[in-house]
Design a protein around this ligand. Structure first.
Ligand code: FAD
Length: 471
């Protein structure tokens, strides 16, 4: 019931090899193109509140790590960290790469099982009330939230007996290889909508995108064939993750949507987890903003809305502090860093509400600079992590300015320059951090007055002073 792999092995290989022996890694990210070294290095996870939780590093029982050493010791020290024997394993589970090279990882597996999935679309009016009970009730549940459409799609996803009939395959549609021309058209439409600007158009298109995905069951099939009724049952290894676009044709006729060699998706991703104790308040704040600006979040829905997944408290020093819900926001990024996006201010306000009002923990492998402002202070065991770092790599050979900054060892996690807030390099404090020539000025948030966001205010400088006076 264990599997030992070298750190460059991909999630896809792990899932497939384990399945050959009728074993399964229970909770994983949804994209299988990640390596085990990289995904545990940043605390990557799937969705559950059950058992040991959704982060893969919770299922790691042994880590072999190589760190620098003195000449007399052959320049390298190899440590074998074993669960319950070496406390340092709690630093190495989520290491950000700064302790040394993880060369081998042993994972605890389970006997293969089946899952049953049904998607249930509801009004989002009770989302804040339902989110915790839903997570506790369904082992692999998650929620896709379309706030502008006032809808939430609950994934009712449970473990079922291995002899339940069904051979479902989850080949998530946005991870499939599609013709590069299609991505090109898609990107051009979004650039046009942003440039005009045409928020209404984004809302229509978002409904088309989310409707198409729902119609195609998000990529779930009955072993490649359509099916007509939920739930659908299949083996865990065929439903837990996907990434067919990795097998795109070499000539780039098809590709992954974010492939930089084509004119495809180009976006920011803000991802943080909010403790269960305040998740309802956070959801209600987002709903209040949507009531004030109903079209503001249509742009998120073009990227299939806000993905909400369950995460659990961890012993890893840089793992989650409490059980919570992880929110993924994916949104348009201009190729010109000085060009603001539509409703720039609303997404910035949500980002600051999540991170600062509710103390959200940023995903270490995603996010823009501002998410890491004082982030390390949110971890009770940060000091222990830094002690292990000092012991393993006293000279900081495996550190960079960036890792020192996010670990609070150096100043400069944010960068102040013209337009810096547009790219999330800073939180604006002056208009030049936004795009004043394009009428985007730095103002307080609408409901979270401590936030500072870049808002479009058409030619009304006195309005801006009014807003500042509110401070
Ligand atoms: C399409 C896509 C989908 C994603 N889906 C999810 C998801 O569902 N859930 C989720 O939580 N995250 C998700 N992520 C984020 C992802 O988990 C992180 O970005 C992850 O760190 C990337 O893994 P990688 O193998 O590309 O590692 P890299 O980006 O190469 O490395 C990430 C970090 O790990 C360190 N590292 C890598 N290998 C080693 C090693 N051998 N020894 C020591 N340190 C090492 C690196 O130094 C670096 O700090 C997704 C990312 C993408 C691109």
């Amino acid at each position: 019931m264990t599997m030992t792999v070298q750190s460059g092995v991909t999630l896809r290989e792990i899932i497939n090899e384990a399945a050959k022996y009728e074993m399964a890694l229970p909770y994983t990210p949804y994209w299988w193109g990640l390596t085990i070294g990289g995904l545990i290095g940043t605390g990557a996870h799937g969705s559950t509140l059950w058992n040991k939780g959704s982060a893969v590093h919770e299922h790691v029982i042994h880590i072999r790590i190589v760190s620098p050493a003195e000449q007399k010791d052959g320049y390298a020290k190899v440590r074998n960290l074993i669960e319950f024997q070496d406390e340092d394993i709690n630093a190495a589970r989520v290491s950000l790469g700064v302790l040394g090279v993880i060369s081998q990882v042993t994972l605890k597996l389970e006997p293969m099982f089946k899952r049953s999935i049904a998607y249930l679309t509801k009004s989002d009016s009770n989302l804040g009330d339902e989110v915790i009970s839903f997570g506790k009730k369904h082992e692999f549940g998650d929620v896709m939230w379309y706030p502008s459409q006032e809808k939430a799609v609950y994934r009712v996803d449970d473990r079922v007996s291995i002899d339940t009939p069904g051979d479902a395959l989850y080949d998530f549609l946005p991870f499939r290889a599609l013709p590069s021309e299609l991505y090109d058209v898609n990107r051009n439409i979004e650039e046009l909508q942003e440039g005009l600007p045409f928020a209404e158009g984004k809302c229509w298109f978002a409904k088309f995108v989310t409707g198409t995905l729902a119609h195609a069951s998000y990529g779930l099939t009955n072993n490649g064939l359509p099916f007509f009724e939920y739930p659908i049952v299949g083996f865990h290894n065929r439903m837990q993750a996907s990434g067919a676009c990795l097998d795109s044709w070499e000539n780039h006729l098809t590709s992954c949507p974010w492939d930089w060699r084509i004119n495809g998706e180009f976006y920011h991703q803000t991802t943080f987890s909010i403790s269960l104790s305040v998740v309802r308040n956070f959801i209600e704040d987002v709903q209040t903003l949507v009531r004030l600006e109903p079209k503001a979040l249509c742009g998120l829905e073009l990227y299939n809305g806000i993905l909400m997944r369950y995460v659990t408290a961890s012993n890893a020093y840089l793992g989650k502090m409490e059980d919570g819900v992880d929110f993924d926001f994916t949104y348009y990024r201009s190729k010109d860093p000085l060009t603001p996006r539509l409703y720039e201010d609303i997404i910035e306000e949500i980002e600051q509400i999540g991170l600062f009002k509710y103390g959200g923990l940023p995903h270490w492998g995603k996010n823009r600079n501002l998410a890491f402002v004082r982030a390390i202070k949110k971890y009770n065991n940060a000091k222990k992590f830094l002690e292990v770092k000092k012991k393993y790599d006293p000279q900081g050979l495996f550190s960079s300015d960036w890792t020192d900054q996010i670990l609070g060892l150096k100043e400069g996690v944010t960068i102040l320059k013209d337009g810096c807030a547009l790219e999330g390099l800073c939180i604006c404090s002056q208009d030049i951090h936004c795009a004043p020539k394009k009428n985007y000025f730095c103002v307080p948030g609408r409901i979270y007055k401590e936030a500072r966001v870049c808002r479009h205010v058409e030619g009304q400088t006195n309005k801006i002073s009014d807003m500042r006076d509110e401070l």
